[in-house]
Design a protein around this ligand. Sequence first.
Ligand SMILES: [Zn+2]
Length: 225
Amino acid sequence: MKIENDFNDYEAIGDDHIGSSSDTPLRPDAFELSNADKIESIKGDIKHILETLGLDLNDDSLKGTPNRVAKMFVNEIFGGLNPDKKPSASTFDNKYKYGEMLVEKNITVYSTCEHHLLPIVGRAHIAYISNGTVVGLSKMNRIVDYYAKRPQVQERLTIQIVRELQEVLGTEDVACIIDAKHLCVNSRGIRDIESSTVTSEFGGKFKENTKRRELLDYIQLDTQF
Ligand SMILES: [Zn+2]
C-alpha cells in the first residue's frame, strides 16, 4: 500500500516543481559510504544506463564517461549534500554601526533540478539587516553555492539560504530572491526558452512592505561598471 501511495505522489508531481520539505530529503545512512565508494557504485550505474541506451562504451569518446559523471556527481554538482562542505560560520562585529540593509545581488546560481537532474541556472539576491553581526560578502556566495550543489527545487534552495544566514547572523532579518532558468522547462517538456522562475523568502523586517519595497528597488538598480 505504501509503495502505491509513493508511486501516486511521484506521478502527481509530474513536471511540476513542487518541493515536499524545506530540508533536503536525505536518508540517515547518507554518509556511510565513502566518496570513493559512491563514485565506484555510480560509475557502474551510469555505465548501465548508457549501455541500456545502446551505446558502445568501448568507443574512445565514451569510455571515460561513467567515471567522469560519477566524480562530477559526488564531488561537484551534488557535493553540497555533504555537511563537511558547509562554509565555516566566521562572522564579525558590525564596527561601523551600519544599521541599514545590505544587499548582495546577482550571485550566480548553478543548481540541479531534483525531478529531472537537469541544470537550474540563475541569480540570487540576498539581503540582511545586521543586529550587530556581519559576514564577509563572499560568505553569501559560498552559502548559495553550498545549497545549490544538491538535487534541488528552487523554493527549497531559497529557504535553505535564508535559514542558514539567519542562523549565522543571529537575526530573522534576512531575505533571498532567486530568478532562475530550469533547463527541464527550457530544453524539454514545454520547451519554453524564455521563461524563468522567481522565488523569494522574506524573514523578519523584510516582511514589512517598506523594507521589501526598498530591497526590490535595490535589486532593480542597473549600475554600470
Ligand atoms: Zn525539472
